[in-house]
Write a protein that binds this ligand. Sequence first.
Ligand SMILES: [Zn+2]
Ligand SMILES: [Zn+2]
Length: 342
Amino acid sequence: MKSIRMVEASKPLELQEVPIPDIGEQDILVRVRAAGICHSDAHYRAGRSAMGMIPITLGHEVAGIVERVGAQVADIKAGDRVCLHYNISCGNCYCCNIGHEQFCETVKMIGHHIDGGYAEYIAVPALNAIPLPDEIPFEQGATLMCASATAFHALSKGRVKAGETVAVFGVGGLGLSAIQLAKALGTVEVYAVDIQQDKLELASEYNAIAINASRVDAVEEIRKLTKGHGVNVALEMIGLRKTMEQAIDSVGNLGRAVMVGLNQQPISINTYMQVLGKEAEIIGSNDHLLQELPILVDLARRKILDTSRVVSQVIPLDADRINKRLDELELFTSDVRAVIVP
Ligand SMILES: [Zn+2]
Ligand SMILES: [Zn+2]
């Protein structure tokens, strides 16, 4: 089969002919119908993240049609439409047992530690397949498996509930999903903070209150709009020191500031003013869980989560086109999503 593989760090991906993967008794073989090109893939290609093996086929946002199933797979059959949870976990270690399999001691991410979806076929454990309803196109199903899922998990970590207010810092793919899902959870106001007007307009279309941080002080504006209280929950989706500090600053008494964006730099916190004095919490959110994905897919099927505007470009399984797209992702933080359709 054709696969587009990383053969060396910091080099363009290459087309390679490789055997169609074998499957074990509890695995399925999926014919890939859509594989999202994610910002993480640009990091992987550039060698900024340790890979499980090289050469490796990238691609962790995958949807397709089941081609074959292993002897012990009972609930999935050939011909089923599925999208794939990207973390493969053991099911037996401490974190797997307490339902936090993203910290499995032997977790393997498809397209990062083992071969992913930039290929004609992919093999995964049957457990990793989530049924994809006919109403959701493969391209949208694939992208649900990354940014939207991570936003959904972050709202759960922030324990967002009906009647609360939420501030979302960063209106990219994560932020737009978070805004819609926060609304679906019954929050009364969602404030969207960004510096790009076009993104803020999109946030407004999903009924968020837009705050343009290039024109006003985002924290002051949130305080003003919440009559001095601050929000119940702030979600930081960018990974910048400044917006992380703003997110922490924008929550009120008993507020929860959830850190989702990646940032290796230290941030500064006044523990009395910002944390213990108001019993606020700073919460880390990492990846998402298998158990969250069927709910997310159902929300998309019911159009409570609108995924129709996520995918803006479809490209073939072609090394030049994929490399060009990854080059673009290296140059600017475009949220235009490209999806490979082999
Ligand atoms: Zn991704
Ligand atoms: Zn485990």
